[in-house]
Design a protein around this ligand. Structure first.
Ligand SMILES: CC(C)(COP(=O)(O)OP(=O)(O)OC[C@H]1O[C@@H](n2cnc3c(N)ncnc32)[C@H](O)[C@@H]1OP(=O)(O)O)[C@@H](O)C(=O)NCCC(=O)NCCS
Length: 326
């Protein structure tokens, strides 16, 4: 008997989810280590803070966890959209469980006013790719996942100075009052990254939104580090951001990097990212690797990452479809 229902992820029994994610990972990513219990716990407790409210559905067969659907509901101009990911245990696939989860989620997401569902990390020729094709999703962007193994690179490659006329500043968790306004303006520059046809719209960054998101990170216990490039008049013209989760001390997530158009082509992106790597390796002893993701069309950013020691792990697609009709 299949039972699909909406549950509270923060109260979930982590061991059950770990068993599900581990079994799926061993089949879907046989060349990568499966997620640890802490990694699964971190995803349940602290999903992507930027991406809004987190909803979780479980599918149980005779009481056993056979699959789940995890969705996030972004705000600030993205009230039309929901991000989703379904995982079904390898021994329970091709029995309609993924489809049932998707339908249950679609009804609830439509009730919350969402009109489009988007899924990322779909690899070509995978069960996920066949599933989303069967469900009428279309590919809207292609990205690369890159990781940096800190023990495998010579830290000297991060000795990159900012160009003349700029200095770097940095903070953890809260932008200083003197920089927060120009920091909000500079964050818009990420809107120039190739979005493909993703339904995600770069939010309008205001000081109020910056403060709200910063508070949300603190509340979830995520340490957000920011390095910015500041021009001579004291304006932020470039930003790079990185997240550290207490449950995953070995792994850092390199998030957005963006430089305002008028200041591009001078090596600011590389200088900021290099400074971030010097910073986290100087005071985070347990850190082993950093991951990041970049659109395939953004060759410039992928090249900067290679110069800093990142290697491309895999390519994947972003797909979406209307929720109507699901
Ligand atoms: C993708 C995934 C969730 C599908 O779960 P599932 O319970 O097997 O899916 P369903 O049984 O509902 O499949 C529905 C249809 O999708 C297609 N499909 C799903 N898996 C397929 C496969 N391996 N090969 C070919 N078609 C497949 C078929 O058309 C299938 O209908 P059919 O069995 O009647 O032919 C599961 O394979 C999984 O967990 N993959 C890893 C995680 C992932 O990639 N998630 C992304 C999707 S959101």
């Amino acid at each position: 008997m299949l039972d699909v229902r909406l549950v509270d992820g923060r109260r979930a029994d982590v061991d059950e989810y770990h068993e599900l994610q581990r079994a799926a990972s061993l089949v879907d990513y046989p060349h990568s280590p499966p997620p640890t219990r802490e990694a699964v716990l971190a995803r349940l407790r602290d999903p992507d803070v930027d991406l809004g409210e987190h909803l979780l559905w479980t599918a149980r067969v005779a009481g056993r966890l056979a699959g789940c659907l995890s969705a996030q509901l972004p705000v600030d101009g993205n009230e039309h959209l929901a991000f989703a990911r379904i995982v079904v245990h390898p021994s329970d696939r091709r029995q309609g469980i993924g489809s049932r989860l998707l339908r249950a989620g679609a009804v609830a997401l439509r009730d919350r006013g969402r009109t489009v569902v988007e899924v990322s990390q779909i690899e070509s020729n995978s069960p996920g790719a066949r599933f989303v094709a069967a469900q009428g999703f279309r590919t809207v962007n292609t990205s690369v996942l890159q990781t940096l193994e800190l023990s495998e690179v010579d830290p000297a490659i991060w000795d990159v100075e900012p160009p003349a006329g700029y200095r770097l500043e940095r903070w953890i968790g809260r932008a200083p009052e003197t920089l927060v306004e120009s920091y909000a303006r500079a964050r818009h520059a990420i809107g120039d990254a190739p979005p493909g046809q993703s339904a995600f719209r770069v939010p309008s960054w205001t000081v109020e939104r910056i403060r709200r998101v910063e508070a949300s990170y603190r509340q979830h216990g995520v340490e957000r580090r920011v390095v910015v490039a500041v021009s001579d008049p004291g304006e932020v013209v470039g930003v790079t951001e990185l997240d550290l989760q207490p449950l995953r001390p070995e792994l850092a997530a390199q998030r957005d990097t963006a430089v305002l158009a008028a200041h591009r082509g001078r090596g600011l992106g590389q200088a900021m990212k290099a400074a971030m790597l010097r910073w986290i390796t100087a005071d985070k002893a347990g850190l082993r690797r950093v991951w990041t993701s970049t659109a395939v069309a953004n060759q410039y950013m992928a090249d900067v990452n290679h110069r800093l020691g990142f290697a491309t792990v895999r390519r994947y697609s972003v797909v979406n479809r209307e929720l109507a009709g699901l």
